[in-house]
Design a protein around this ligand. Structure first.
Ligand code: CA
Length: 220
């Protein structure tokens, strides 16, 4: 899951970025409406957190343009308590949900989980692969039925692999899923996460495809 936060207030932005990263999401930050449009043009985001009062281009305009261009990621708008009109315009422009500032970070995380669950379109968004299950909504992994604690990056790595279990991911693709811009990614970072994930789920579960990248072990 890769998120985009559009917010011009540094303090709010840093708090949200920290909380979302700790929850295991890759998240990028756009500080104004123009930067938001450029970022959204990449089409890599699974969910957008959008402040409406923005320099350079208003959040409603950004949202209108995004939806007009076929952007379909869920959008949560972040608005002030007294800005009822703004909220309504945001929802009319295609926002999926809103949060009133100041908001609780746990509530934000819950809304993000709920919308990403809806986006997957599954009633039971639990992935199963051989002896493993991964429940993105509950943020839980089991191995042979027993709960398996993973740190956020291990979880994000396993989620990427298990969502498309036959696909080979390059290191660059995995970095994109695990990290936001500006986060330092060492040259062997993905190898380190693969190594620690293998120690927990079994070395044979993650297959190295020489010269390409990684995929899950074939099952069945
Ligand atoms: Ca603002």
């Amino acid at each position: 899951m890769r998120l985009l936060l559009v917010e011009d207030d540094d303090m709010i932005a840093e708090t949200v970025l920290g909380a979302m990263r700790r929850a295991g999401y890759a998240i990028d930050w756009a500080e104004d409406g123009r930067a938001a449009e450029l970022s959204l043009g990449n089409g890599v985001y699974d969910l957008v957190l959008l402040d409406l009062g923005l320099p350079k281009k208003d959040g409603i305009e950004v949202l209108n343009a995004y939806r007009k261009n076929g952007g379909d990621a869920p959008v949560i708008i972040l608005t002030a308590r007294d800005a009822v009109d703004e909220r309504i315009r945001g929802l009319d422009a295609g926002a999926d949900d809103y949060l009133i500032k100041p908001f609780d970070l746990d509530e934000l995380a819950a809304r993000v989980r709920a919308l990403s669950r809806r986006r997957t379109g599954q009633k039971q968004p639990v992935y199963t692969h051989a002896e493993l299950t991964l429940d993105p909504a509950a943020h839980e992994v089991t191995l042979n039925g027993a709960a398996l604690p993973l740190v956020p990056r291990e979880f994000a790595l396993l989620q990427a692999l298990i969502e498309q279990p036959t696909r080979v991911f390059t290191k660059a693709e995995l970095e994109e899923k695990l990290y936001g811009w500006g986060e330092e990614v060492g040259s062997n970072t993905i190898e380190v996460h693969v190594h620690s994930l293998r120690r927990k789920i079994g070395a044979e579960q993650v297959v190295t495809v020489r010269g390409v990248g990684y995929r899950l072990k074939r099952c069945g």
